[in-house]
Design a protein around this ligand. Structure first.
Ligand code: ADP
Ligand code: MG
Length: 419
């Protein structure tokens, strides 16, 4: 039987972080805060094109136990990182690639403090140093955004401790999310769009987050899978992200070039024009060469798929999708995967095996999720059959001599908060 990786409940996560805190630093933290990982239901490689995506926050969260200090020192320990506590001087934090850069995982945490001050959300030099103990049940490096979960947990902790009040409403949370993006891009030196941090800070339980990446606006779309007897099975392929840096940059560049040829600020405007009937996708593609044509076909069709799935969910409150709507939802997931595999060319053998095995075992639909070249896939399944589908995927991996995958269920959960 393939085990499903269960999330910790709040008391367990908080207890673990408190225990680690006491062991590493002695005494008790001021509090524990937590933030979820996320999985994107549909809308891949649309964020940097000003497009739409539809992530959900996971029940799987990262917990941080924090106690402010009287100085500007940050001491950090994580149950996921061997090597004991790290120490960083907040006044010495510098961007990645410059002298004083913060090596390793600590950059994701101290980067948030740095970014809050840089963005003027807290006066420069005003945030206290702190001791922080981290523990998490978000799988690492699986495309489920353990990095944003860590940043966003730190963000709500610092917001609370410094009395900034930003976490109290969506506008403030949007600013916290922007600071977390800066931490990841500038201090950790990792390219990231903004979907992950938006999901972790702005998602609501029982909903998917329709995120418009052009203006950062969101809509909460009801997504109560259980009401329809459905489950979203996440398959962590354990495949390493290969070549992902160069490939990601190349995809972005091709999209920007295509937008220039088409005379639009971003491919979002092309998608909108096609949707409004001002032009057709065929006419757009006829103006582009081979590589650009394929990439644009993916981006424009993917934005349209996000719109269609969001409309289906909106029309079925509680996501009580009827049989026909379930089939259509599955077809949209399948079409997204085909587009990412064939037109955008960011899939991997492990992802294709996962998707095909899940469908053969009766999933309504399945697709790779995240940037690609490894990471995770999702499958929409009957809730009662989730374990069976997971077993079938595990068997397909064994037959293909691949590393055994890990599984969890994506149940749309709530955002970063005090635990
Ligand atoms: P993903 O976000 O898909 O899980 P990333 O490569 O973006 O993968 O982020 C993973 C990195 O984030 C880790 O290598 C580590 O540096 C940092 N990180 C995430 N979670 C934790 C944690 N619980 N403790 C320490 N570092 C963490
Ligand atoms: Mg990440």
């Amino acid at each position: 039987m393939s085990a499903l990786l269960a999330p910790w409940d709040g008391p367990e996560g908080a207890g673990r972080a408190r225990d680690l805190f006491a062991e590493a630093f002695g005494g008790a933290p001021e509090g524990v805060w937590s933030a979820p990982g996320r999985v994107n239901v549909i809308g891949e490689h649309t964020d940097y094109n000003g497009g739409l995506c539809l992530p959900v926050a996971l029940e799987h969260r990262t917990y941080v136990a924090v106690r402010p200090r009287a100085d500007r020192t940050v001491r950090l320990v994580s149950a996921q990182e061997p090597g004991g506590a790290r120490e960083v001087d907040l006044d010495a934090v510098a961007p990645a690639g410059t002298r004083g850069e913060v090596p390793g995982w600590a950059a994701y945490a101290v980067g948030v403090a740095w970014a809050l001050e840089r963005a003027g959300l807290a006066p420069a030099g005003s945030l206290p140093g702190f001791d922080i103990a981290v523990d998490s049940c978000v799988p690492y490096g699986a495309g489920l955004s353990s990095s944003a979960a860590l940043e966003c947990a730190v963000a709500v902790a610092l917001d609370d401790l410094a009395g900034l009040g930003l976490a109290d409403g969506d506008a403030g949370r949007t600013r916290l999310a922007a600071a977390c993006v800066r931490a990841e891009n500038e201090v950790a030196g990792a390219p990231t769009g903004g979907m992950d941090q938006a999901a972790s800070l702005r998602a609501q339980a029982g909903h998917a987050l329709l995120l418009d990446c052009r203006d950062g606006s969101v809509e909460q779309v009801p997504f109560d899978l259980a009401a329809a007897g459905l489950a979203l099975l996440v398959i962590d392929t354990r495949a390493e992200h290969r070549l992902v840096d160069g490939q990601y940059a190349r995809r972005r560049q091709v999209c920007e070039e295509a937008a220039r040829v088409l005379g639009v600020p971003s491919l979002r405007e092309t998608a909108d024009a096609v949707m409004a009937g001002e032009t057709t996708l065929d006419d757009v593609l006829a103006r582009l060469d081979g590589e650009h044509r394929r990439r644009v076909r993916h981006v424009v069709s993917e934005i349209e798929r996000v719109r269609e799935l969001a409309a289906l969910l909106r029309a079925a409150p509680g996501a009580a999708l009827t049989g026909g709507e379930q089939a259509r939802t599955g077809a949209l997931l399948d079409a997204s995967h085909a587009s990412l595999r064939d037109d955008y060319q960011v899939s991997a053998r492990e992802l294709d095996v996962a998707v095909e095995a899940a469908r053969a075992a009766g999933a309504h639909g399945a697709r790779m999720t995240g940037g690609g070249f490894g990471g995770s896939a999702i499958a929409l399944v009957e809730a009662a059959r989730a374990a069976e589908v997971a077993d079938a995927v595990g068997e397909a991996f064994a037959a293909a001599e691949l590393t055994p995958p890990a599984f969890l269920l994506a149940t749309p959960a709530g955002p970063a908060a005090r635990s």
